[in-house]
Design a protein around this ligand. Structure first.
Ligand code: PMP
Length: 353
């Protein structure tokens, strides 16, 4: 830390993203990226012409992409917010909807960025423990009267809440934002975007990083009542009006036109997930029921940290979290069938040693 950093950040701990090592080529199953490339349409859109237009700023309103997403999800373009990855929407939501008097609540085991934003903005927050089976008890989020943030499917468990349960949380917290982070919804979850027509306090956040194979482009979107979207726009225009670069906007439009391709990939990933989960269970591991593009597995003979290290030594990267309750687990992103066969073989070998 330099002597220039403001004192309010001296005890502040930043979020640690999954490692992106450069030392050798790994089978990379640690950051929930898609193993499949973006659609051909995306490649075609990033043309020489598009690159040669980089001397111009992008459209700060992102209107063309908003219209495509609105059509895809059956909402109005005014109900769509575009951001530099869904992380940016989370960032803006904590900034816009919370303060010292208006706190936030989220599960104790969920996306590790939520408490980081809360601490960054000095927002009082509570982390509600998951139940013994790692599920979320939706009743505990009803009547909270502060911002509720829930990833559905949750990360790193992959477990889901039903639409009915989400609706109860939304109706019981009127006047406070309920943010449902649907980063992984396309792998078997049920989106609550439809509920944004009925409720003005529901913000649904999605990303192009997972099912749409564009983690490297940084594109996320939020869908909510138009007034709530206008609040987020206010924050965006107060920080970075051109938050999405020209190439990413173009790629996003092409990706939004390639829905069939991405749905097909999601189907393949779901099949691979189920097959991998069965194989790991046969090896004696506990595997939580996942509706995401990763599985959370562990409680075998080895603790999660050792499993992570042994796999890394064999050229396979997975994610391990040091938190007490999940220390025995590793989170494994779903890759291609071949990558997952290599993973299962390595786990078998490690357990046999
Ligand atoms: N929400 C959840 C639950 C995530 O796991 C991630 C990925 N790390 C994100 C949001 C952020 O994704 P991105 O910024 O790439 O859209």
């Amino acid at each position: 830390m330099s002597r220039f950093l403001s004192g309010r950040f001296s005890a502040f701990e930043a979020y640690t993203p999954g490692e992106q090592p450069r030392d050798k080529k790994y089978i990379k199953l640690n950051t929930n990226e898609s193993p499949y490339p973006p659609s051909e349409k995306v490649l075609e859109r990033i043309s020489k012409e598009e690159v040669m237009a980089l001397n111009l700023y992008p459209d700060p309103t992102g209107r063309a992409l908003k219209e495509k997403l609105a059509a895809l999800y059956g909402v109005e373009p005014e109900q769509v917010f575009l951001a530099n990855g869904s992380d940016e929407i989370l960032n803006f939501a904590f900034l816009a909807f919370c303060d010292a008097q208006n706190g936030a609540v989220f599960p104790d085991i969920s996306y590790g960025f939520y408490p980081v934003y809360a601490k960054l903005y000095r927002i009082p927050f509570e982390e509600i423990p998951l139940k013994e089976d790692f599920s979320i008890d939706f009743r505990e989020y009803c009547g909270q009267n502060r911002m509720v943030v829930i990833a559905n499917p949750n990360a790193p468990t992959g477990m889901t809440l039903s639409l009915g349960q989400i609706e109860e949380i939304v109706t019981s917290n009127p006047g406070h934002v309920v943010l449902i982070d649907e980063a992984y919804v396309d792998f078997g979850g049920e989106s609550c975007i439809g509920l944004t027509k009925k409720y003005d306090n529901l913000l649904v956040v999605q990303t192009f990083s997972k099912s749409r194979s564009m983690a490297g482009a940084r594109l996320g979107f939020g869908i909510a009542n138009a007034e709530l979207i206008a609040d987020l726009e206010k924050i965006k225009y107060s920080t970075n009006p051109y938050n999405i670069n020209r190439l990413t906007l173009a790629a996003g439009e092409a990706a939004a036109e390639s829905d069939a391709y991405y749905k097909e990939n999601a189907k393949k990933i779901i099949e691979t997930r189920e097959k991998t989960a069965r194989a790991l269970k046969e090896l004696g591991l506990t595997v939580l029921p996942s509706k995401a593009n990763f599985i959370f597995a562990g409680k075998g003979r080895l603790d999660g940290g050792s499993m992570y290290r042994e796999l890394k030594a064999r050229g396979i990267l997975v994610r391990h979290f040091e938190k007490e309750r999940i220390r025995d687990f590793v989170r494994i992103s779903i890759g291609t069938p071949e990558q997952m066969e290599a993973l299962v073989s390595s786990v078998r070998e490690i357990l046999a040693e």
